[in-house]
Design a protein around this ligand. Sequence first.
Ligand code: SAH
Ligand code: MG
Length: 225
Amino acid sequence: MTENYLNSLLPDEEDWVRQIEQQARQRNVPIMEPLGIQFLMQIVRMHKPKKILEIGTGIGYSALRMLQAYPSATIITIERDKARRSIALQNLQTYDRHHQIELIYGDALEQIKQLKDRQETFQLVFIDAAKGQYQRFFELIHPLVEKAGIVVSDNVLFRGYVADEASQYPSRYKNMINKLKSYNEWLSRHPEYHTTIIPIGDGVAISYKLSKQCIGMKGPEIDEF
Ligand code: SAH
Ligand code: MG
C-alpha cells in the first residue's frame, strides 16, 4: 500500500523526537502521525512563517517539530487540557524552546479573541483540535491570518471516514464526520482561500489566503499582489 511504502522511506528520527512520540503513546495523546508531520514540516520549511498559531498543543510535539523545521519562528499554541498543557510546558523547557513557544491555557474559542485584542497576526495557522469546531476556529482565526498566509487543518478526512460514501463507520462518529464534511465543503468554496486537501496521515487541508484585491479575479493574476 502506498502509505506503507512512503513510511518505509522516512529517515530515522532523532532521539528527542522518539522520546516525545513514546510519551504520547504512553499517555494516549494523539499527535500527528509520521507522514503528516513530515508534510507539515515541509510546508513550514518552504513558507518560513515568522509567526505561527497552533490550536491544540497536545504535549507540544507538533510545535517543537515546526520549530525544528524553521528555527527562526515563534509559535503561540493553545491547549485547554490541564494535564497535557503541563506536560507540554515541561517538554518546551526540557528542549529549551520555551522562549520561542508561548503556551496559552484555555479554550481556543475564547483565547483567539484575546489574540485579536493583542493585534497578533500570523503567516501560518495550524488547526488540530476538536474536529466538530473547525469552521468556528477558522472563522475566528481568519482575521489574524496575513495575506499570502497559510492555514493547515489536520484530520479533515478522519480515518478516511469523511470520504466514505457507504457510511461504514461507528455511529458515534456520525456527528463529527458530518461536521468535517461540511467544513471541507465550506473551506473548498471559501472565496478568500485556495484550498487543497491531501490524503496523507489523517487528511490535511492546506488553505492559502488570497489578498483582498484578487478576490473574485480569475486567471493567472489571481496570486499577484
Ligand atoms: N497538535 C498536537 C496534537 C493535538 S491533539 C500534535 O500533533 O502534537 C488535540 C488537542 O486539542 C488535545 O490535546 C485537546 O485537548 C485540544 N483541544 C481540543 N479542543 C480545544 C479547544 N477548543 N481549545 C483548546 N484546545 C483544544
Ligand atoms: Mg491531529
